[in-house]
Design a protein around this ligand. Structure first.
Ligand code: ADP
Ligand code: TPW
Ligand code: MG
Length: 576
Protein backbone atom coordinates (compact mmCIF):
# COMPACT_ATOMS: atom_id res chain seq x y z
CA UNK A 1 0.00 0.00 0.00
CA UNK A 2 1.26 3.50 -0.73
CA UNK A 3 2.92 5.24 2.21
CA UNK A 4 1.25 8.57 1.73
CA UNK A 5 -2.27 7.43 1.19
CA UNK A 6 -2.97 8.45 -2.36
CA UNK A 7 -6.57 8.51 -3.34
CA UNK A 8 -8.47 8.72 -6.56
CA UNK A 9 -11.98 9.53 -7.31
CA UNK A 10 -13.54 6.74 -9.32
CA UNK A 11 -17.24 6.40 -9.87
CA UNK A 12 -17.83 8.61 -6.90
CA UNK A 13 -15.93 6.47 -4.33
CA UNK A 14 -12.42 6.91 -2.99
CA UNK A 15 -9.93 4.11 -3.66
CA UNK A 16 -6.58 3.61 -2.04
CA UNK A 17 -3.88 2.76 -4.54
CA UNK A 18 -0.87 0.58 -4.53
CA UNK A 19 1.89 0.09 -7.10
CA UNK A 20 4.43 -2.42 -8.34
CA UNK A 21 7.08 -1.41 -5.79
CA UNK A 22 4.73 -1.96 -2.88
CA UNK A 23 3.27 -5.15 -4.25
CA UNK A 24 6.73 -6.71 -4.59
CA UNK A 25 7.56 -5.75 -1.01
CA UNK A 26 4.22 -6.93 0.34
CA UNK A 27 4.56 -10.21 -1.53
CA UNK A 28 8.05 -10.81 -0.08
CA UNK A 29 6.89 -10.02 3.44
CA UNK A 30 3.77 -12.14 3.14
CA UNK A 31 6.04 -15.07 2.35
CA UNK A 32 8.38 -14.49 5.24
CA UNK A 33 11.26 -13.15 3.17
CA UNK A 34 12.78 -10.66 5.54
CA UNK A 35 16.26 -10.18 4.07
CA UNK A 36 17.43 -9.12 0.62
CA UNK A 37 21.01 -8.94 -0.71
CA UNK A 38 21.85 -6.68 -3.63
CA UNK A 39 23.30 -3.60 -5.29
CA UNK A 40 21.10 -0.56 -6.02
CA UNK A 41 20.65 1.37 -9.30
CA UNK A 42 18.04 1.97 -12.03
CA UNK A 43 15.33 0.65 -11.83
CA UNK A 44 15.49 -0.91 -8.36
CA UNK A 45 16.97 1.86 -6.17
CA UNK A 46 13.60 2.85 -4.75
CA UNK A 47 12.60 -0.77 -4.32
CA UNK A 48 15.57 -1.22 -1.98
CA UNK A 49 14.77 1.98 -0.09
CA UNK A 50 11.09 1.14 0.27
CA UNK A 51 11.86 -2.45 1.29
CA UNK A 52 14.16 -1.14 4.01
CA UNK A 53 11.49 1.34 5.13
CA UNK A 54 9.00 -1.54 5.26
CA UNK A 55 11.19 -3.51 7.66
CA UNK A 56 12.96 -5.84 5.25
CA UNK A 57 16.69 -6.04 5.94
CA UNK A 58 18.43 -4.90 2.76
CA UNK A 59 22.14 -5.62 2.61
CA UNK A 60 23.84 -3.42 0.05
CA UNK A 61 26.97 -4.97 -1.46
CA UNK A 62 29.84 -3.69 -3.59
CA UNK A 63 29.35 -6.28 -6.35
CA UNK A 64 26.29 -8.33 -7.29
CA UNK A 65 28.19 -11.59 -7.48
CA UNK A 66 28.93 -11.38 -3.77
CA UNK A 67 25.34 -10.41 -2.98
CA UNK A 68 24.26 -13.41 -5.04
CA UNK A 69 26.55 -15.79 -3.20
CA UNK A 70 25.21 -14.37 0.06
CA UNK A 71 21.65 -15.07 -1.10
CA UNK A 72 22.56 -18.59 -2.19
CA UNK A 73 24.02 -19.56 1.17
CA UNK A 74 21.18 -17.84 3.02
CA UNK A 75 18.97 -20.27 1.10
CA UNK A 76 21.09 -23.23 2.19
CA UNK A 77 21.01 -22.16 5.82
CA UNK A 78 17.33 -21.26 6.11
CA UNK A 79 15.51 -23.45 3.53
CA UNK A 80 13.85 -20.22 2.35
CA UNK A 81 14.95 -18.80 -0.98
CA UNK A 82 17.76 -16.27 -0.55
CA UNK A 83 16.91 -13.16 -2.57
CA UNK A 84 19.41 -11.16 -4.60
CA UNK A 85 18.29 -7.88 -6.14
CA UNK A 86 20.15 -6.33 -9.07
CA UNK A 87 19.85 -3.73 -11.80
CA UNK A 88 19.52 -4.69 -15.46
CA UNK A 89 22.09 -6.13 -17.91
CA UNK A 90 25.51 -5.75 -16.18
CA UNK A 91 24.12 -6.07 -12.65
CA UNK A 92 22.00 -9.02 -13.76
CA UNK A 93 25.01 -10.70 -15.37
CA UNK A 94 27.10 -10.12 -12.26
CA UNK A 95 24.43 -11.85 -10.21
CA UNK A 96 23.96 -14.65 -12.72
CA UNK A 97 27.14 -16.52 -11.75
CA UNK A 98 25.76 -16.85 -8.24
CA UNK A 99 22.37 -17.97 -9.58
CA UNK A 100 24.04 -20.71 -11.61
CA UNK A 101 26.11 -21.61 -8.56
CA UNK A 102 22.96 -21.90 -6.44
CA UNK A 103 21.39 -24.18 -9.04
CA UNK A 104 24.49 -26.35 -9.29
CA UNK A 105 24.71 -26.68 -5.52
CA UNK A 106 20.96 -27.24 -5.02
CA UNK A 107 20.51 -24.09 -2.92
CA UNK A 108 17.20 -22.21 -3.14
CA UNK A 109 17.71 -18.67 -4.39
CA UNK A 110 15.80 -16.05 -6.34
CA UNK A 111 17.63 -13.52 -8.47
CA UNK A 112 15.33 -10.54 -8.97
CA UNK A 113 16.61 -8.16 -11.62
CA UNK A 114 15.11 -5.00 -12.95
CA UNK A 115 15.03 -4.93 -16.74
CA UNK A 116 14.61 -2.43 -19.52
CA UNK A 117 11.60 -1.72 -21.69
CA UNK A 118 10.38 -4.92 -23.36
CA UNK A 119 9.20 -3.14 -26.52
CA UNK A 120 12.66 -1.67 -27.07
CA UNK A 121 14.63 -4.71 -25.95
CA UNK A 122 12.72 -7.05 -28.24
CA UNK A 123 13.24 -4.81 -31.24
CA UNK A 124 16.89 -4.39 -30.17
CA UNK A 125 16.64 -0.65 -30.40
CA UNK A 126 19.37 0.04 -27.86
CA UNK A 127 17.60 0.80 -24.59
CA UNK A 128 19.48 1.74 -21.43
CA UNK A 129 21.14 -1.50 -20.25
CA UNK A 130 19.31 -3.47 -22.89
CA UNK A 131 19.38 -7.23 -22.62
CA UNK A 132 16.99 -10.15 -23.04
CA UNK A 133 17.68 -11.25 -19.48
CA UNK A 134 14.97 -13.88 -19.27
CA UNK A 135 16.37 -15.82 -22.23
CA UNK A 136 19.89 -15.62 -20.86
CA UNK A 137 18.93 -16.74 -17.36
CA UNK A 138 16.84 -19.74 -18.47
CA UNK A 139 19.55 -22.32 -19.09
CA UNK A 140 21.31 -21.42 -15.85
CA UNK A 141 18.51 -21.89 -13.37
CA UNK A 142 15.61 -24.14 -12.42
CA UNK A 143 12.95 -21.72 -13.60
CA UNK A 144 12.72 -18.18 -14.95
CA UNK A 145 9.69 -15.90 -14.93
CA UNK A 146 8.83 -12.37 -16.01
CA UNK A 147 6.01 -10.28 -14.59
CA UNK A 148 4.46 -7.68 -16.89
CA UNK A 149 1.43 -6.58 -14.89
CA UNK A 150 1.19 -5.38 -11.30
CA UNK A 151 -1.70 -7.76 -10.62
CA UNK A 152 0.60 -10.71 -11.46
CA UNK A 153 3.35 -9.83 -8.97
CA UNK A 154 1.84 -12.05 -6.28
CA UNK A 155 1.61 -15.05 -8.57
CA UNK A 156 5.04 -14.36 -10.04
CA UNK A 157 6.74 -14.37 -6.66
CA UNK A 158 4.76 -17.40 -5.51
CA UNK A 159 5.91 -19.35 -8.55
CA UNK A 160 9.49 -18.27 -7.95
CA UNK A 161 9.42 -19.34 -4.30
CA UNK A 162 7.85 -22.71 -5.01
CA UNK A 163 10.22 -23.44 -7.88
CA UNK A 164 13.25 -22.54 -5.74
CA UNK A 165 12.48 -24.72 -2.71
CA UNK A 166 10.36 -27.65 -3.89
CA UNK A 167 11.91 -30.89 -5.11
CA UNK A 168 15.63 -30.41 -5.66
CA UNK A 169 16.21 -26.82 -4.59
CA UNK A 170 17.87 -24.39 -6.98
CA UNK A 171 18.09 -20.92 -8.46
CA UNK A 172 15.13 -19.06 -9.95
CA UNK A 173 15.22 -15.90 -12.01
CA UNK A 174 12.47 -13.29 -11.68
CA UNK A 175 12.49 -10.53 -14.29
CA UNK A 176 10.80 -7.30 -13.26
CA UNK A 177 10.75 -4.64 -16.00
CA UNK A 178 11.18 -1.01 -14.89
CA UNK A 179 7.67 -0.11 -16.00
CA UNK A 180 6.12 -2.67 -13.67
CA UNK A 181 7.28 -0.89 -10.51
CA UNK A 182 5.36 2.26 -11.32
CA UNK A 183 2.16 0.51 -12.38
CA UNK A 184 -0.68 1.52 -10.13
CA UNK A 185 -3.69 -0.53 -9.10
CA UNK A 186 -6.44 -0.52 -6.54
CA UNK A 187 -4.94 -1.39 -3.16
CA UNK A 188 -7.66 -3.86 -2.17
CA UNK A 189 -7.38 -5.71 -5.44
CA UNK A 190 -3.58 -5.58 -5.05
CA UNK A 191 -3.73 -7.12 -1.58
CA UNK A 192 -6.04 -9.84 -2.89
CA UNK A 193 -3.67 -10.59 -5.75
CA UNK A 194 -0.88 -11.59 -3.38
CA UNK A 195 -0.27 -15.29 -2.79
CA UNK A 196 1.00 -16.86 0.39
CA UNK A 197 2.75 -20.04 -0.65
CA UNK A 198 1.39 -22.91 1.44
CA UNK A 199 3.78 -25.79 2.11
CA UNK A 200 6.37 -24.57 -0.39
CA UNK A 201 8.51 -27.72 -0.15
CA UNK A 202 6.06 -30.55 0.52
CA UNK A 203 7.43 -33.71 2.11
CA UNK A 204 8.13 -36.38 -0.49
CA UNK A 205 7.67 -39.79 1.04
CA UNK A 206 9.58 -42.77 -0.35
CA UNK A 207 7.66 -45.85 -1.52
CA UNK A 208 7.59 -48.60 1.15
CA UNK A 209 8.96 -51.15 -1.35
CA UNK A 210 11.93 -48.88 -2.03
CA UNK A 211 12.58 -48.59 1.71
CA UNK A 212 12.52 -52.36 2.08
CA UNK A 213 14.85 -52.79 -0.90
CA UNK A 214 17.31 -50.31 0.59
CA UNK A 215 17.33 -52.11 3.93
CA UNK A 216 17.74 -55.52 2.28
CA UNK A 217 20.82 -54.26 0.44
CA UNK A 218 22.15 -52.64 3.61
CA UNK A 219 21.64 -55.82 5.60
CA UNK A 220 23.63 -57.85 3.06
CA UNK A 221 26.70 -55.64 3.58
CA UNK A 222 29.94 -56.86 5.08
CA UNK A 223 31.63 -53.48 4.85
CA UNK A 224 28.90 -50.82 4.77
CA UNK A 225 29.49 -47.08 4.53
CA UNK A 226 27.16 -44.07 4.81
CA UNK A 227 28.12 -40.95 2.87
CA UNK A 228 26.43 -37.74 3.99
CA UNK A 229 26.29 -34.86 1.51
CA UNK A 230 25.22 -31.26 1.67
CA UNK A 231 21.68 -32.29 0.67
CA UNK A 232 21.52 -34.09 4.02
CA UNK A 233 22.77 -30.96 5.76
CA UNK A 234 20.23 -28.82 3.90
CA UNK A 235 17.34 -31.08 4.91
CA UNK A 236 17.70 -30.15 8.61
CA UNK A 237 16.80 -33.70 9.61
CA UNK A 238 19.77 -33.75 11.97
CA UNK A 239 18.30 -35.90 14.74
CA UNK A 240 16.92 -38.54 12.39
CA UNK A 241 20.23 -38.77 10.53
CA UNK A 242 22.18 -39.11 13.75
CA UNK A 243 19.80 -41.82 14.95
CA UNK A 244 20.14 -43.73 11.69
CA UNK A 245 23.93 -43.61 11.80
CA UNK A 246 24.10 -44.64 15.45
CA UNK A 247 21.42 -47.30 15.26
CA UNK A 248 23.12 -48.91 12.27
CA UNK A 249 26.62 -48.56 13.75
CA UNK A 250 27.92 -48.00 10.20
CA UNK A 251 30.96 -45.76 9.60
CA UNK A 252 29.99 -42.47 7.98
CA UNK A 253 31.90 -40.15 5.69
CA UNK A 254 30.78 -36.53 5.56
CA UNK A 255 31.24 -34.57 2.34
CA UNK A 256 32.73 -31.15 2.88
CA UNK A 257 29.61 -29.18 3.76
CA UNK A 258 28.06 -32.12 5.61
CA UNK A 259 30.87 -32.04 8.17
CA UNK A 260 29.42 -31.43 11.61
CA UNK A 261 26.07 -33.09 10.84
CA UNK A 262 27.51 -35.55 13.33
CA UNK A 263 30.69 -34.29 14.97
CA UNK A 264 33.90 -35.14 13.11
CA UNK A 265 35.07 -36.57 16.44
CA UNK A 266 32.17 -39.06 16.53
CA UNK A 267 33.47 -42.64 16.99
CA UNK A 268 31.84 -43.71 13.70
CA UNK A 269 33.27 -40.82 11.65
CA UNK A 270 35.46 -42.16 8.85
CA UNK A 271 36.68 -38.75 7.69
CA UNK A 272 40.26 -39.56 8.62
CA UNK A 273 40.03 -42.95 6.88
CA UNK A 274 38.50 -41.66 3.65
CA UNK A 275 40.55 -43.58 1.11
CA UNK A 276 40.17 -46.82 3.03
CA UNK A 277 36.40 -46.68 3.34
CA UNK A 278 35.87 -45.68 -0.28
CA UNK A 279 38.15 -48.45 -1.51
CA UNK A 280 37.14 -51.28 0.79
CA UNK A 281 33.42 -50.77 1.39
CA UNK A 282 30.96 -53.11 -0.33
CA UNK A 283 27.66 -51.29 0.24
CA UNK A 284 27.49 -47.50 0.18
CA UNK A 285 24.46 -45.52 1.24
CA UNK A 286 24.51 -41.99 -0.19
CA UNK A 287 22.32 -39.52 1.65
CA UNK A 288 21.98 -36.17 -0.18
CA UNK A 289 25.29 -36.60 -2.00
CA UNK A 290 25.83 -36.99 -5.74
CA UNK A 291 28.29 -39.37 -7.35
CA UNK A 292 29.94 -36.50 -9.22
CA UNK A 293 33.65 -35.65 -9.58
CA UNK A 294 33.92 -35.08 -5.83
CA UNK A 295 33.32 -38.82 -5.39
CA UNK A 296 35.23 -39.82 -8.53
CA UNK A 297 31.91 -40.66 -10.22
CA UNK A 298 31.59 -43.80 -8.10
CA UNK A 299 34.26 -45.70 -10.02
CA UNK A 300 37.94 -46.01 -10.80
CA UNK A 301 40.95 -46.24 -8.51
CA UNK A 302 39.38 -44.30 -5.65
CA UNK A 303 36.73 -46.99 -5.28
CA UNK A 304 39.10 -49.98 -5.47
CA UNK A 305 38.41 -53.46 -6.80
CA UNK A 306 35.70 -54.51 -4.37
CA UNK A 307 32.31 -54.79 -6.11
CA UNK A 308 30.02 -52.06 -4.77
CA UNK A 309 26.34 -51.73 -4.31
CA UNK A 310 24.90 -48.26 -3.92
CA UNK A 311 21.83 -47.16 -2.03
CA UNK A 312 20.97 -43.55 -2.82
CA UNK A 313 18.65 -41.24 -0.92
CA UNK A 314 17.81 -38.18 -3.00
CA UNK A 315 14.84 -35.99 -3.77
CA UNK A 316 15.71 -35.90 -7.47
CA UNK A 317 14.73 -39.11 -9.28
CA UNK A 318 16.94 -38.28 -12.27
CA UNK A 319 19.99 -38.41 -10.02
CA UNK A 320 19.71 -42.20 -9.80
CA UNK A 321 22.11 -44.10 -12.09
CA UNK A 322 23.76 -40.83 -13.09
CA UNK A 323 27.22 -42.41 -13.03
CA UNK A 324 26.87 -46.01 -11.92
CA UNK A 325 24.02 -48.42 -11.27
CA UNK A 326 22.11 -47.66 -8.08
CA UNK A 327 21.00 -50.96 -6.55
CA UNK A 328 18.50 -49.31 -4.23
CA UNK A 329 17.18 -45.89 -5.24
CA UNK A 330 15.26 -44.17 -2.46
CA UNK A 331 13.55 -41.12 -3.85
CA UNK A 332 12.15 -38.62 -1.40
CA UNK A 333 13.24 -35.88 0.94
CA UNK A 334 16.00 -36.82 3.35
CA UNK A 335 13.85 -36.32 6.45
CA UNK A 336 11.05 -38.57 5.19
CA UNK A 337 13.42 -41.20 3.80
CA UNK A 338 15.56 -41.46 6.92
CA UNK A 339 12.48 -41.59 9.13
CA UNK A 340 11.00 -44.34 6.96
CA UNK A 341 14.27 -46.28 7.11
CA UNK A 342 14.34 -45.98 10.89
CA UNK A 343 10.77 -47.19 11.23
CA UNK A 344 11.36 -50.16 8.95
CA UNK A 345 14.59 -51.08 10.76
CA UNK A 346 12.55 -51.74 13.87
CA UNK A 347 13.95 -52.54 17.29
CA UNK A 348 16.51 -55.25 16.58
CA UNK A 349 18.64 -54.16 13.65
CA UNK A 350 21.88 -56.18 13.59
CA UNK A 351 25.10 -54.46 14.63
CA UNK A 352 27.47 -53.44 11.84
CA UNK A 353 30.16 -56.11 11.20
CA UNK A 354 32.72 -55.65 13.99
CA UNK A 355 35.83 -56.52 11.97
CA UNK A 356 35.00 -53.77 9.46
CA UNK A 357 34.10 -51.20 12.11
CA UNK A 358 37.37 -51.94 13.91
CA UNK A 359 39.45 -51.84 10.74
CA UNK A 360 38.07 -48.37 9.98
CA UNK A 361 38.66 -47.23 13.54
CA UNK A 362 42.27 -48.43 13.50
CA UNK A 363 42.99 -46.69 10.19
CA UNK A 364 41.42 -43.50 11.41
CA UNK A 365 43.40 -43.49 14.65
CA UNK A 366 46.60 -44.15 12.73
CA UNK A 367 46.00 -41.21 10.41
CA UNK A 368 44.99 -38.86 13.21
CA UNK A 369 48.15 -39.77 15.16
CA UNK A 370 50.31 -39.21 12.06
CA UNK A 371 48.85 -35.76 11.55
CA UNK A 372 49.03 -34.58 15.18
CA UNK A 373 52.68 -33.49 15.42
CA UNK A 374 52.47 -31.57 12.13
CA UNK A 375 49.61 -29.51 13.53
CA UNK A 376 51.64 -28.50 16.54
CA UNK A 377 54.64 -27.00 14.75
CA UNK A 378 55.29 -23.35 15.51
CA UNK A 379 57.34 -22.50 12.39
CA UNK A 380 57.68 -18.96 11.08
CA UNK A 381 56.83 -18.31 8.32
CA UNK A 382 54.01 -20.73 8.99
CA UNK A 383 53.25 -23.80 6.95
CA UNK A 384 49.60 -24.75 6.37
CA UNK A 385 49.54 -27.36 9.10
CA UNK A 386 50.97 -25.09 11.78
CA UNK A 387 48.47 -22.33 10.98
CA UNK A 388 45.56 -24.76 10.70
CA UNK A 389 46.51 -26.44 13.97
CA UNK A 390 45.81 -23.10 15.66
CA UNK A 391 42.49 -22.58 13.88
CA UNK A 392 41.38 -26.15 14.58
CA UNK A 393 41.56 -25.44 18.31
CA UNK A 394 39.55 -22.27 17.89
CA UNK A 395 36.65 -24.05 16.19
CA UNK A 396 36.82 -26.80 18.81
CA UNK A 397 36.41 -24.18 21.53
CA UNK A 398 33.76 -22.25 19.57
CA UNK A 399 31.71 -24.95 17.85
CA UNK A 400 28.83 -22.62 17.05
CA UNK A 401 31.01 -20.34 14.91
CA UNK A 402 30.75 -20.62 11.13
CA UNK A 403 33.79 -21.65 9.14
CA UNK A 404 33.83 -20.19 5.63
CA UNK A 405 36.64 -21.65 3.54
CA UNK A 406 38.05 -21.18 0.05
CA UNK A 407 41.39 -21.44 -1.77
CA UNK A 408 43.30 -24.45 -3.06
CA UNK A 409 45.74 -25.65 -0.40
CA UNK A 410 43.96 -23.39 2.07
CA UNK A 411 40.72 -25.22 1.28
CA UNK A 412 41.86 -28.81 0.97
CA UNK A 413 44.04 -28.80 4.06
CA UNK A 414 41.57 -26.89 6.22
CA UNK A 415 38.83 -29.35 5.24
CA UNK A 416 40.92 -32.22 6.55
CA UNK A 417 42.37 -30.53 9.61
CA UNK A 418 39.54 -28.48 11.10
CA UNK A 419 36.97 -30.70 12.80
CA UNK A 420 33.37 -29.51 12.77
CA UNK A 421 30.97 -30.18 15.61
CA UNK A 422 27.63 -28.75 14.52
CA UNK A 423 25.51 -29.07 11.35
CA UNK A 424 25.75 -26.48 8.57
CA UNK A 425 28.68 -24.62 10.07
CA UNK A 426 31.19 -25.35 7.34
CA UNK A 427 30.46 -23.30 4.20
CA UNK A 428 32.80 -23.64 1.27
CA UNK A 429 33.37 -23.63 -2.49
CA UNK A 430 30.82 -26.40 -3.14
CA UNK A 431 30.24 -28.40 -6.27
CA UNK A 432 32.17 -26.15 -8.65
CA UNK A 433 35.13 -25.47 -6.40
CA UNK A 434 34.45 -21.83 -7.15
CA UNK A 435 36.62 -19.00 -5.83
CA UNK A 436 34.74 -15.91 -4.69
CA UNK A 437 32.13 -17.19 -2.27
CA UNK A 438 34.09 -16.04 0.79
CA UNK A 439 32.85 -12.64 1.84
CA UNK A 440 29.30 -13.14 0.54
CA UNK A 441 28.97 -16.35 2.54
CA UNK A 442 30.53 -14.76 5.63
CA UNK A 443 28.14 -11.83 5.47
CA UNK A 444 25.03 -13.97 4.98
CA UNK A 445 26.01 -16.42 7.73
CA UNK A 446 26.42 -13.54 10.19
CA UNK A 447 23.27 -11.74 9.03
CA UNK A 448 21.01 -14.80 8.96
CA UNK A 449 22.11 -16.27 12.31
CA UNK A 450 23.91 -13.58 14.32
CA UNK A 451 26.68 -16.12 14.98
CA UNK A 452 30.39 -15.33 14.65
CA UNK A 453 32.14 -16.24 11.41
CA UNK A 454 35.72 -17.32 10.79
CA UNK A 455 36.59 -17.07 7.10
CA UNK A 456 39.75 -18.94 6.17
CA UNK A 457 40.80 -17.66 2.77
CA UNK A 458 43.63 -18.25 0.33
CA UNK A 459 45.13 -14.91 -0.71
CA UNK A 460 43.93 -15.50 -4.26
CA UNK A 461 40.49 -16.70 -3.17
CA UNK A 462 40.01 -13.63 -0.99
CA UNK A 463 40.76 -11.34 -3.93
CA UNK A 464 37.57 -12.40 -5.71
CA UNK A 465 35.31 -10.81 -3.07
CA UNK A 466 37.78 -8.75 -1.01
CA UNK A 467 36.05 -5.41 -1.47
CA UNK A 468 33.16 -6.69 0.62
CA UNK A 469 35.24 -6.14 3.75
CA UNK A 470 33.84 -2.63 3.49
CA UNK A 471 30.35 -4.18 3.64
CA UNK A 472 31.39 -6.24 6.69
CA UNK A 473 32.64 -3.07 8.41
CA UNK A 474 29.62 -1.01 7.35
CA UNK A 475 27.18 -3.47 8.90
CA UNK A 476 29.59 -4.14 11.77
CA UNK A 477 29.36 -7.91 11.38
CA UNK A 478 31.13 -10.42 13.66
CA UNK A 479 33.40 -11.70 10.89
CA UNK A 480 37.07 -12.57 11.29
CA UNK A 481 38.84 -13.09 7.96
CA UNK A 482 42.13 -14.99 8.04
CA UNK A 483 44.09 -14.77 4.82
CA UNK A 484 46.59 -17.54 4.23
CA UNK A 485 49.07 -15.32 2.43
CA UNK A 486 51.56 -17.44 0.52
CA UNK A 487 52.13 -14.74 -2.13
CA UNK A 488 50.04 -16.43 -4.76
CA UNK A 489 47.92 -19.13 -6.31
CA UNK A 490 49.03 -22.52 -4.93
CA UNK A 491 52.56 -21.21 -4.24
CA UNK A 492 54.31 -17.87 -4.29
CA UNK A 493 57.54 -19.14 -5.76
CA UNK A 494 56.87 -19.41 -9.51
CA UNK A 495 59.22 -17.51 -11.80
CA UNK A 496 58.60 -16.35 -15.36
CA UNK A 497 61.81 -17.27 -17.10
CA UNK A 498 60.83 -15.58 -20.39
CA UNK A 499 60.47 -11.91 -19.49
CA UNK A 500 60.01 -9.20 -16.91
CA UNK A 501 56.40 -9.82 -16.01
CA UNK A 502 55.78 -11.80 -12.85
CA UNK A 503 54.76 -15.47 -13.25
CA UNK A 504 51.03 -15.97 -13.77
CA UNK A 505 50.44 -17.51 -10.34
CA UNK A 506 52.26 -15.03 -8.08
CA UNK A 507 51.18 -11.81 -6.38
CA UNK A 508 53.02 -8.90 -4.76
CA UNK A 509 55.45 -10.45 -2.31
CA UNK A 510 54.88 -9.75 1.36
CA UNK A 511 51.51 -8.06 0.71
CA UNK A 512 49.78 -6.77 3.85
CA UNK A 513 46.09 -7.55 3.42
CA UNK A 514 45.50 -6.53 7.04
CA UNK A 515 45.95 -2.90 6.02
CA UNK A 516 42.94 -3.10 3.71
CA UNK A 517 40.39 -3.41 6.48
CA UNK A 518 41.90 -0.52 8.42
CA UNK A 519 40.72 1.76 5.62
CA UNK A 520 37.16 0.99 6.71
CA UNK A 521 37.65 1.13 10.47
CA UNK A 522 38.09 -2.61 10.99
CA UNK A 523 40.93 -4.29 12.86
CA UNK A 524 43.92 -5.48 10.86
CA UNK A 525 46.58 -7.81 12.25
CA UNK A 526 49.71 -9.35 10.76
CA UNK A 527 50.39 -12.82 12.21
CA UNK A 528 53.66 -14.63 11.58
CA UNK A 529 53.41 -17.60 13.99
CA UNK A 530 50.61 -20.01 14.94
CA UNK A 531 50.61 -18.54 18.46
CA UNK A 532 50.14 -15.02 17.13
CA UNK A 533 47.45 -16.24 14.81
CA UNK A 534 45.57 -17.99 17.59
CA UNK A 535 45.72 -14.97 19.86
CA UNK A 536 44.53 -12.64 17.11
CA UNK A 537 41.60 -14.87 16.09
CA UNK A 538 40.50 -15.39 19.68
CA UNK A 539 40.55 -11.64 20.29
CA UNK A 540 38.51 -11.08 17.13
CA UNK A 541 35.96 -13.73 18.04
CA UNK A 542 35.66 -12.37 21.59
CA UNK A 543 35.17 -8.80 20.41
CA UNK A 544 32.88 -9.64 17.49
CA UNK A 545 34.50 -6.76 15.61
CA UNK A 546 35.27 -6.97 11.90
CA UNK A 547 38.87 -8.21 11.72
CA UNK A 548 41.25 -9.21 8.97
CA UNK A 549 44.35 -11.20 9.84
CA UNK A 550 47.18 -11.53 7.34
CA UNK A 551 48.64 -14.96 8.16
CA UNK A 552 52.09 -15.17 6.62
CA UNK A 553 52.50 -18.61 5.03
CA UNK A 554 55.71 -19.97 3.54
CA UNK A 555 55.38 -19.30 -0.24
CA UNK A 556 56.92 -22.72 -0.92
CA UNK A 557 54.54 -24.68 1.32
CA UNK A 558 51.65 -25.36 -1.07
CA UNK A 559 51.22 -27.74 -3.96
CA UNK A 560 49.77 -27.10 -7.42
CA UNK A 561 45.95 -27.09 -7.28
CA UNK A 562 46.01 -28.32 -3.67
CA UNK A 563 44.70 -31.88 -3.54
CA UNK A 564 43.27 -31.97 -7.06
CA UNK A 565 46.42 -31.44 -9.11
CA UNK A 566 45.59 -34.68 -10.93
CA UNK A 567 42.78 -32.85 -12.74
CA UNK A 568 45.26 -30.56 -14.57
CA UNK A 569 45.71 -31.55 -18.21
CA UNK A 570 49.37 -32.24 -19.03
CA UNK A 571 50.99 -31.14 -22.27
CA UNK A 572 53.37 -33.70 -23.67
CA UNK A 573 55.47 -30.77 -24.88
CA UNK A 574 55.45 -29.02 -21.51
CA UNK A 575 58.90 -29.65 -20.11
CA UNK A 576 61.08 -29.83 -23.20
P1 ADP B 1 27.93 -33.04 -1.82
O1 ADP B 1 28.66 -32.04 -2.70
O2 ADP B 1 27.95 -32.68 -0.39
O3 ADP B 1 28.37 -34.42 -2.12
P2 ADP B 1 25.77 -32.73 -3.66
O4 ADP B 1 25.52 -31.27 -3.84
O5 ADP B 1 26.55 -33.41 -4.71
O6 ADP B 1 26.39 -32.97 -2.21
O7 ADP B 1 24.39 -33.49 -3.54
C1 ADP B 1 23.32 -32.97 -2.87
C2 ADP B 1 22.11 -33.80 -3.27
O8 ADP B 1 21.12 -33.65 -2.26
C3 ADP B 1 21.48 -33.41 -4.57
O9 ADP B 1 21.44 -34.51 -5.45
C4 ADP B 1 20.07 -32.95 -4.21
O10 ADP B 1 19.09 -33.36 -5.13
C5 ADP B 1 19.86 -33.62 -2.88
N1 ADP B 1 18.96 -32.93 -1.98
C6 ADP B 1 18.92 -31.62 -1.67
N2 ADP B 1 17.99 -31.38 -0.74
C7 ADP B 1 17.42 -32.55 -0.46
C8 ADP B 1 16.38 -32.97 0.43
N3 ADP B 1 15.75 -32.11 1.22
N4 ADP B 1 16.07 -34.28 0.45
C9 ADP B 1 16.68 -35.17 -0.36
N5 ADP B 1 17.67 -34.83 -1.20
C10 ADP B 1 18.04 -33.54 -1.25
C1 TPW C 1 35.92 -18.41 -10.20
C2 TPW C 1 40.78 -21.51 -10.26
C3 TPW C 1 41.28 -22.65 -8.05
S1 TPW C 1 42.03 -22.38 -6.57
C4 TPW C 1 42.51 -20.83 -6.98
C5 TPW C 1 42.12 -20.51 -8.28
C6 TPW C 1 42.41 -19.20 -8.93
C7 TPW C 1 43.27 -19.97 -6.01
C8 TPW C 1 44.26 -20.73 -5.17
O1 TPW C 1 45.11 -19.84 -4.49
P1 TPW C 1 44.81 -19.39 -3.01
O2 TPW C 1 45.07 -20.73 -2.19
O3 TPW C 1 43.41 -19.02 -2.84
O4 TPW C 1 45.80 -18.35 -2.68
P2 TPW C 1 46.47 -21.44 -1.90
O5 TPW C 1 46.48 -21.65 -0.44
O6 TPW C 1 46.53 -22.74 -2.63
O7 TPW C 1 47.57 -20.52 -2.34
N1 TPW C 1 38.25 -18.79 -10.90
C9 TPW C 1 37.18 -19.24 -10.22
N2 TPW C 1 37.20 -20.38 -9.54
C10 TPW C 1 38.32 -21.14 -9.57
N3 TPW C 1 38.29 -22.29 -8.92
C11 TPW C 1 39.50 -20.70 -10.24
C12 TPW C 1 39.40 -19.50 -10.90
C13 TPW C 1 41.39 -21.57 -8.88
MG1 MG D 1 47.66 -18.49 -1.95
Amino acid sequence: MLNTAQKTEASGTEHELTDGFHLVIDALKLNGIDTVYGVPGIPITDLGRMAQAAGIRVLSFRHEQNAGYAASIAGFLTKKPGVCLTVSAPGFLNGLTALAHATTNCFPMILISGSSEREIVDLQQGDYEEMDQLAIAKPLCKAAYRVLHAQDIGIGLARAIRAAVSGRPGGVYLDLPAKLFAQVMNADAGAKSLVKVIDAAPAQLPAPAAVKRALDVLKSAKRPLIILGKGAAYAQADDAIRTLVEKSGIPFLPMSMAKGLLPDTHPQCAGAARSTVLKDSDVVMLIGARLNWLLSHGKGKTWGDQPKKFIQVDIEPKEMDSNVEIAAPLVGDVGSCVTALLEAMGGNWPAAPADWVNAVKTKREENVAKMAPRLMNNKSPMDYHGALGALRTIIKERPDAFLVNEGANTLDLARGVIDMYQPRKRLDVGTWGVMGIGMGYAIAAAVETGKPVLAVEGDSAFGFSGMEIETICRYNLPVCVVIFNNDGIYRGTDINSAGHDPATTVFVKGARYDKMIEAFGGIGINATTPDELKRAVNAAMDSGKPTLINAVIDPAAGSESGRIGNLNPQSVLKKK
